[in-house]
Design a protein around this ligand. Structure first.
Ligand SMILES: Nc1ncnc2c1ncn2[C@@H]1O[C@H](COP(=O)(O)OP(=O)(O)OP(=O)(O)O)[C@@H](O)[C@H]1O
Ligand SMILES: [Mg+2]
Length: 252
């Protein structure tokens, strides 16, 4: 649990879940984010980051598969605690999910229970990422169900067990599908298209991929308020919690 005093709720960094076909620019998307980044890469596609200088990469491979949950739990916790880290990236949770499911299946043959365990592990991962209050980017592969019906709605979805996707993506602010069209990269954020999508940050429904983090219109707004650096707390966290408890006690 985190507590905030009245009027002092500090917003978390935004959380983005972007899925798409191979080569659409999922791994490269992290370059749009400013600050120190840590990328957990599960599909071996780290070459796209070779020209970066601000990203620490954990690239997992088949030799890590058997201990993948323990490794991810351990390193995520370290990264969450890292004060100099601004952005956490999990690149391709489709690959991560498949390793985790294999491990769970290897231990028990009860298919239904195994999917429940999978969902619980991913729900906890999503909550821990939110608890970090850092900016988070998670990517996944897409499934193309082909155009069904006249309007082709509901054609695309992340390549994951549906309930596992729901469990993981619940705390995310944005869910979108990245795709290429005429050499330009776009992200579809519109749930009206029947694909998995949401945008809790603003009302944009279709954006260019390079405008995911900074909307183009906002860059030009001269009135945009500059953010003040947060004041350093003059009390320890425990003292602040005690103050809140005290205050609530007085009012009861
Ligand atoms: N915004 C961009 N502008 C120009 N080129 C880009 C952009 N984003 C990605 N690319 C290029 O497209 C290629 C594929 O990008 P990237 O590796 O990020 O895709 P991906 O979706 O992660 O692919 P995979 O699913 O195979 O991991 C790379 O060569 C990359 O340099
Ligand atoms: Mg990639």
């Amino acid at each position: 649990m985190i507590t905030f005093k009245e009027g002092e709720i500090k917003p978390s960094g935004n959380m983005y879940f972007i899925y798409g076909d191979g080569g659409t620019g999922k791994t490269s998307l992290s370059k749009e984010f400013k600050g120190n980044k840590v990328s957990f890469i599960f599909d071996g596609s780290y070459n796209a980051l070779a020209d970066t200088t601000d990203t620490f990469v954990f690239a997992f491979d088949d030799t890590d598969a058997e201990q993948i949950q323990a490794m991810v739990d351990y390193y995520i916790e370290k990264v969450i605690g890292g004060e100099n880290i601004d952005v956490i990236v999990l690149d391709n949770v489709t690959a991560l999910q498949n390793w985790v499911l294999e491990n769970i299946d290897g231990k028990s043959k009860d298919g239904r229970q195994n999917y429940q365990k999978l969902q619980v592990w991913f729900r906890n991962l999503g909550m821990r990422l939110r608890r970090s209050r850092k900016t988070v980017l998670v990517t996944a592969h897409q499934i193309d169900n082909g155009s069904s019906g006249l309007d082709g709605k509901g054609r695309f979805e992340p390549d994951m067990n549906a309930k596992t996707f729901n469990a993981l993506s619940a705390p995310f602010d944005i869910v979108g599908r990245i795709y290429k069209n005429d050499g330009e990269r776009y992200i579809d954020l519109d749930s009206e298209n029947g694909n998995h999508a949401k945008n809790r940050i603003d009302d944009r429904t279709l954006i260019k991929a390079n405008e995911l983090v900074e909307p183009a219109e906002q860059k030009e707004l001269p009135t945009k308020k500059t953010q003040k650096a947060p004041k350093k707390a003059d009390k320890t966290f425990e003292e602040q919690v005690a103050d809140v408890a005290n205050e609530l006690g007085k009012r009861a």
